[in-house]
Design a protein around this ligand. Structure first.
Ligand code: GLV
Ligand code: MG
Length: 335
């Protein structure tokens, strides 16, 4: 049985280490499926064994004249399949669209018992979460559902980024957040047409070397927002995710963007193309060499206190906690 809810227990002040539980379920890739396409729905039984989460997308990328079919297709795919431990999510249309209300009114009574998470796009503030929270409470009560459907917010407007801490704390239904770099770029007036990833012109120029040559070092356009989102999420016990990477022809850049997010605290990313499933699986599973080193730290400091040297590197209570994050994730991947 999948357990939705607070995935990280917050630190109790003064509590001895270990203080934080690992995430209860693996969600390394949220795999997007367009549910109005029958040939894509036919792939679900196979996908269930390959991905951590399957998401039926109803919002952007689904044409306006296919919205009703996408909603019906999602209900169909939810009914037709046993998802087992694989998460079942949907991305509904945004709150002020003509489709959102029917998305909720039709999906929750029909397949709310199988639905783990609703991804809500273009969240701007607590009011958006409160509205969905109450609507879900009514629909769950009417449908006799005992397990709450969780909410995952996409951080993809300047207003949303401004309010990210309040959004994270808005409801016990909050599961986590994803960065939405395409909408966010538009909302902020950033000058890029890419879906995530870097930009060659966003760079820092080195000083001239002896020959007068200078090198441009490309920077991560999303560093600030990912950092802000990770802090907001972790301080409330939620899970942070990098979102989409749109250039399917550049798996190397996708891997690099996902890895930056992983190192900064994200637990997964969206896979929009089958090739991105393996990239996310590789990146969001801890590196075996790192796990082996982390295990040495835990072994050398059984009660998590004090200071020891391992391979010339100082370890103490803080690095013990860092090591525990990595070892716990490795255990989860292995389970
Ligand atoms: C995702 O929804 C994005 O806008 O990047
Ligand atoms: Mg978007």
């Amino acid at each position: 049985m999948k357990t939705p809810g607070a995935f990280y227990k917050p630190l109790a002040i003064g509590a001895p280490a270990p203080f934080r539980e690992p995430p209860v379920s693996l969600e390394r890739m949220i795999h997007f499926v367009p549910p109005h396409m029958e040939k894509m729905r036919a792939k679900i039984p196979d996908l269930i064994h390959k991905v951590d989460v399957i998401l039926g997308n109803l919002e952007d990328a689904i044409p306006a004249d296919a919205k009703t079919d996408a909603r019906a297709g999602f209900i169909q795919m939810a009914k037709d399949n046993d998802f087992g431990e694989t998460g079942l999510w949907t991305r509904v249309n945004c709150l002020n669209s003509p489709w959102f209300l029917d998305d909720l009114l039709e999906i929750v009574p029909a397949v709310g018992d199988k639905l783990d998470v609703i991804m809500l796009p273009k969240v701007e503030g607590v009011w958006d979460i409160h509205y969905l929270d109450q609507l879900l409470a009514q629909l769950e009560a009417r449908a006799g559902l005992s397990r709450p459907i969780m909410i995952h917010a996409i951080l993809e407007t300047a207003e949303g980024v401004k309010n990210v801490e309040q959004i994270a704390a808005a409801s016990p239904r909050m599961h986590g957040m994803s960065l939405g770099p395409a909408d966010l770029a538009a909302s902020r007036g950033m000058k890029t047409t890419r879906v995530g990833g870097g930009h060659p012109d966003y760079a820092v120029l080195s000083d001239a070397d002896g020959t007068g040559a200078r090198t441009a070092y490309q920077q991560d356009l999303w560093h600030y927002t990912v950092g802000k989102m990770v802090d907001a999420c972790l301080s409330c016990g939620l899970k942070p995710f990098y979102g989409p990477f749109g250039d399917f022809s550049d798996p190397e850049a996708c891997e690099s963007q996902f890895r930056n997010a992983f190192l900064m605290g994200c637990l997964g990313a969206w896979s929009l193309h089958p090739t991105q499933i393996e990239i996310a699986k590789k990146v969001f599973s801890p590196d075996p060499a790192e796990v082996a080193f982390a295990a040495k730290i835990l072994e050398a400091m059984p009660d998590g206190t004090g200071a020891v040297m391992i391979d010339g590197k100082m370890q103490d209570d803080a690095t013990w906690k860092q090591a525990k994050v990595i070892v716990d994730l490795a255990k989860l991947v292995a389970s």
